[in-house]
Write a protein that binds this ligand. Structure first.
Ligand code: IDP
Length: 153
């Protein structure tokens, strides 16, 4: 079993639109395990570091001002193949291309307001980098969920 941890964030639009619970519920219902969570305000420095790979893109300033525009709910989720599974549940980056049934496909319409972030399964190590950027090690909790024996063979 390849147990992984992935960084997930309900972006400011999700918080403002009351979608934190929906996002958490979907990931919980799937069987993923919440091991860290933080309701927080991102400052400009953290925004620039988190989105450093996009620093030279024309949308970078808009992206950093959006992600700092209101509180976010940052999370760490754990499970089998968690990074890729969360990405599949999120749907395509552009909600216009996201399949119905995915989070973006069900709750968003615009590329710059796509409600959720999740670590990129095509960028190895990005999950650990993002988790370490947002959480101290003692903020992540190891525990067993009562249904684990029924989730995995
Ligand atoms: P991801 O969030 O699906 O991993 P990335 O390519 O890493 O997608 O882009 C980060 C975020 O930047 C996206 O979620 C989206 O909100 C925003 N973004 C990406 N491309 C564009 C663009 O062309 N215009 C405006 N915003 C963009």
């Amino acid at each position: 079993m390849t147990e992984e941890r992935t960084f997930v964030m309900a972006k400011p639009d999700a918080v403002q639109r009351g979608l934190i619970g929906e996002i958490v519920t979907r990931l919980e219902d799937r069987g993923l395990k919440l091991v860290g969570g933080k309701f927080m305000q991102i400052d400009d420095e953290l925004a620039r570091e988190h989105y450093a790979e996009h620093a030279d893109k024309p949308f970078f300033d808009g992206l950093t001002s959006f992600i700092t525009s209101g509180p976010v709910f940052a999370m760490v989720w754990e499970g089998e193949d968690a990074i890729r599974q969360v990405r599949q549940m999120m749907g395509a980056t552009d909600p216009a291309e996201a399949a119905p049934g995915t989070i973006r496909g069900d709750y968003a319409l615009d590329l710059g307001r796509n409600v959720i972030h999740g670590s990129d399964h095509e960028d190895p190590g990005s999950n650990e980098r993002e988790i370490n950027l947002f959480f101290d090690p003692d903020e992540l909790i190891d525990y067993e969920r009562i249904d684990e024996g029924w989730l995995y063979e």
